[in-house]
Design a binder for this molecule. Structure first.
Ligand code: SME
Length: 138
């Protein structure tokens, strides 16, 4: 339906804007919990297409955040054993859960080609982005 389409379009615009504006954001995507399934599904992204459009809960950085409800900052992806590689260029990753009415319904996921680029400022900024995104989803 039209409303879903416009939300998808706006989510894609958010991804593109973040990727274009912040030099060390090299891939930006939104994953959402997929109905009653114990998995995440990629809904919108900017950057190279990924094979990982479905991620089971618990798997990789994204799958862990689906369960923990907490930000996950990875300064060095090589140091993680529960990590799903999307591109050999990726050095670091940040995943911030997206809450609607207090419920973790998905997440923003950012990959960087720069080692250890993410600070507390990125966490606060991405929490703010997710609060704004939650408003268009409600
Ligand atoms: N690296 C993620 C998978 C998603 S890609 O970064 C787009 C993970 O470990 O969950």
């Amino acid at each position: 339906n039209t409303k879903e389409l416009s939300v998808d379009h706006r989510l894609t615009q958010v991804c593109e804007l973040l990727m274009e504006t912040i030099p060390y954001y090299d891939w930006v995507g939104f994953y959402f919990k997929n109905g009653d399934k114990e998995e995440l599904k990629l809904r919108s992204f900017a950057g190279e297409p990924t094979d990982h459009d479905i991620i089971p809960f618990g798997k990789g950085i994204c799958g862990q955040v689906a369960i923990s409800n907490e930000n996950f900052v990875v300064p060095d992806v090589k140091a993680q054993n529960n990590y799903i590689a999307c591109s050999i260029h990726v050095k670091a990753e940040i995943v911030v859960p997206l809450f609607v009415n207090g419920e973790n319904i998905g997440q923003i996921d950012i990959d960087s080609h720069t080692p250890d680029p993410f600070s507390k400022e990125d966490e606060r900024f991405l929490e703010f982005v997710n609060e704004k995104v939650a408003e268009i989803l409600e």
